[in-house]
Ligand binder design. Structure first.
Ligand code: ATP
Ligand code: MG
Length: 719
């Protein structure tokens, strides 16, 4: 019998790791092999058996939510509260150190944390105050530069300028930015880590105190630590303290953000006595899911081979669904979740995961129309995203000039150099005369005796008027597309380096798609615009389902790391979407996409669906992309291809060598068939989706272009 229940339900190598002596240890193992569980149990073991006080332990997790869960699990194992345990994300823990030792860190006790938007605003103001033009001195690029240096642990005066004029200039801006932050006692995210690192580096006595405090440091998801995080860990680990890290090279998915999987090798160099434990048994997924994941990840070169196995059941085959388009895909998923619920399961056990944020829109719409509560994990819902609100604010202001909230939102976005004073005057004039901001702005600009004071405002007014004129007769999606272009929002985000800016652009393009699909049941142009705006406002106003509510989980593949769900849908399995277009050509980035696919697949416990659309409207365009190459890497005996039959039921095509293309399935209408609509005239049927009264057809009309129509209302004359 075990001395403590902590060791129950652990396998041999897991026990070894949990009960190991106070020596540096690395647990390197594949997904679902119990790494996080080992970490949790080790903490409980140290407290319960080794009599280490919780405040002598420091544990780093990937998210705040994971920290909370881990604390809860430990308390469950020990049956006592463990409040004074140091547990959190790198940023959370660094923050705690800085609050405790603000003075030593050279900060005011009341220092404020600034987020990325605040940081950017400071940089913009700096550029302006230096009289530089922000075309040549792109604020986003400067922000990226600064954060990158900080992530590498470098202050401005520590960077080698290589006698490069541009670099010298950037370094100078970095210094000036930092001076502003220091003056205002402002700390950005990267600074939290760098300041903490320097705090300990420069205060040996303080460091010594923590060396004797932290007897054990434990880190989850170690493969994704960046340089400054690793340096901090290294520094905090004293001669008498031990570092215990768990990770998986195959799940390194944040290289693009500075994470370095090389830290696994570095760890062994820095701590030569390191014990390495590998775990091979997977407890999460069925054998079929695991085989599929293994098959994919072995396609990566330069990896240390490791094979995961399970003694669990074979499980269901991996279901592949070829949707007609993104709506069909979303409806299919919603229907499967609804079946899942009917079988007595919980919605919260179902996860829909996707590569790009913008994909959530079609899914959200299907979930909303099925009244199925959902939650976007680690992100905002589509219509709440700030770039979407920006674009919609243009649309609102153009169509309703007196919308003050929209005026405020975009009057200086992108920056047009409209001064705070001019804006204050407009606000005051509006208030005093009971006018909208727009009217007040027009009034002041018109009555500007010098013609210079409201120069910039005048440009803004002309822009909005021009937008109104040029888009007046356009259909709503074309209108939005045009407004986005004229607004120069895309240019603004293009300057934002890295994933974030690209994501914003994708979302903006997706807004055009949303509007394009919206025209289905509406005929009146004006009410359609308002209907669309109302739709957007209501969707964003809708509360996210509460954490306690039984709701479907939506997330990107990146934020799915570490999690597990009985039912998983990986959607948008198309080349170009996943693997992402920009990562296809370079073998390094393609391999990171493949690791991401491995992460995605290994989230599934029992049932895994991979779905793709033959035609997808994304980023405002119709795409016909081939199915993701990753699906082809799964052996065919593990896959079950399912197709929709004309009855609306789904048919399994296990081992059928020749799959039936959608266009050959028997449908109430024929794809390619000619049809005539009373208002839109003649056209050709392109696609079909849904069932019964909800069945829709996509028709390419000769005169008015492509439209989706509800079959039962459209009164199509079929030829
Ligand atoms: P990832 O790489 O995805 O982060 P992981 O290696 O951290 O995965 P865990 O999340 O710790 O894996 O474990 C996966 C699942 O297997 C969990 O539900 C966990 O409770 C269960 N599990 C792990 N080890 C055992 C075991 N020995 N007996 C029973 N269940 C286990
Ligand atoms: Mg884990």
């Amino acid at each position: 019998m075990d001395v403590t229940p902590i060791l129950d339900s652990l396998n041999e190598p897991q026990r070894k790791a949990v009960t190991g002596p106070a020596e540096p240890m690395l647990v390197i193992a594949g997904a679902g092999s119990g790494k996080t569980r080992v970490l949790t149990h080790r903490i409980a073991w140290l407290i319960d058996v080794e009599n280490i006080s919780p405040h002598n332990l420091l544990a780093v997790t990937f998210t705040n939510k994971a920290a909370k869960e881990m604390r809860h699990r430990i308390e469950e194992l020990l049956n006592i509260p463990v409040n004074n345990l140091w547990i959190g994300t790198f940023h959370g823990i660094a923050h705690r150190f800085l609050r405790r030792h603000a003075k030593e860190a050279g900060l005011e006790q009341s220092f404020q944390i600034i987020d990325s938007d605040d940081q950017l605003r400071i940089i913009k103001r700096l550029i302006k105050s230096l009289g530089l033009d922000d075309d040549r001195h792109n604020p986003k690029e400067i922000q990226y530069f600064i954060n990158k240096q900080k992530d590498e642990g470098l202050r401005a005066d520590q960077i080698d300028n290589k006698n490069d004029v541009d670099l010298i200039h950037m370094i100078k801006l970095y210094q000036q930015y930092q001076d502003i932050c220091n003056q205002g006692s402002l700390v950005d995210f990267a600074e939290l880590l760098l300041s903490t690192y320097e705090l300990f580096r420069d205060n040996p006595q303080l460091l010594e105190k923590y060396h004797s405090t932290f007897k054990h440091l434990l880190v989850d998801e170690f493969q994704d630590t960046n340089s400054i995080q690793y340096a901090l860990l290294r520094l905090l680990t004293g001669v008498k303290s031990t570092l215990f890290a768990v990770g998986d090279e195959d799940q390194s998915i944040y290289r693009w953000r500075g994470a370095k999987v090389e830290h696994i090798a570095q760890f062994q160099k820095d701590f030569p006595a390191t014990k390495i434990i590998t775990l091979e048994q997977n407890y999460r997924s069925t054998a079929n899911i695991l085989k599929a994941a293994n098959a994919i990840i072995t396609k990566n070169e330069d990896r240390i081979p490791k094979e995961l196995w399970t003694d669990g059941e074979q499980g269901e085959l991996i279901k592949i669904y070829a949707a007609f388009n993104e709506r069909d895909e979303a409806n299919f998923i919603v229907n499967r979740i609804s079946d899942w619920e009917k079988q007595g399961n919980k919605r919260t056990e179902a996860a829909i995961i996707y590569r790009s944020n913008a994909q959530s829109r079609a899914l959200e719409e299907a979930l909303i129309s099925a009244s199925m509560p959902y939650r976007i994990y680690g992100g905002l819902r589509f219509f709440e995203r700030s770039e979407i609100k920006d674009a919609l604010a243009y649309l609102r202001l153009v169509s309703h000039k007196n919308d003050d909230a929209s005026f405020e939102r975009i009057v200086n976005k992108p920056t047009r150099g409209i001064g705070a004073k001019a804006l204050d005057n407009i606000r005051k004039c509006a208030k005093d005369n009971n006018l909208s901001l727009w009217k007040a702005a027009c009034f002041l600009a018109k009555n500007d005796p010098t013609g210079t004071k409201y120069n910039k405002i005048n440009h803004f007014i002309s822009l909005i008027n021009r937008m109104d004129r040029e888009t007046e007769s356009l259909e709503i999606h074309d209108k939005i597309d045009h407004l986005i272009n004229l607004s120069e929002l895309i240019d603004l985000y293009q300057k934002e380096k890295g994933e974030r800016g690209l994501t914003r652009i994708e979302n903006l393009e997706e807004l055009v798609t949303a509007a394009k699909s919206f025209d289905v049941d509406n005929e009146d142009e004006m009410t359609m615009l308002d209907a669309f705006l109302a739709h957007a406002a209501l969707e964003s106003g809708e509360e996210q389902a509460g954490a306690w509510e039984d709701c479907v989980q939506l997330m990107t593949m990146h934020s799915a790391k570490g999690l597990e769900f009985p039912l998983v849908f990986m959607c948008g399995m198309e080349d170009g979407l996943f693997p992402h277009q920009r990562n296809i050509l370079d073998s390094k980035t393609l391999q990171e996409e493949r690791r991401l696919c491995y992460v995605g697949i290994t989230r599934a416990e029992q049932t895994l669906y991979l779905t793709f659309a033959e035609q997808r409207r994304l980023h405002g365009q119709d795409n016909h992309a081939p199915p993701s190459r990753f699906m082809a890497e799964i052996p065919s005996e593990l896959k079950d291809e399912i197709r929709q039959k004309a009855t609306g039921h789904y048919q399994s095509h296990i081992h059928q060598t020749k799959k039936t293309p959608a266009s050959e399935a028997k449908l109430p209408v024929q794809l390619g068939q000619r049809a005539h609509h009373k208002k839109f005239g003649p056209g050709i049927i392109l696609a079909y989706e849904g069932q019964g009264v909800h069945a829709r057809v996509q028709v390419n009309f000769e005169n008015v272009g492509t439209k989706w129509l509800v079959l039962s209302y459209a009164n199509l004359e079929l030829k």
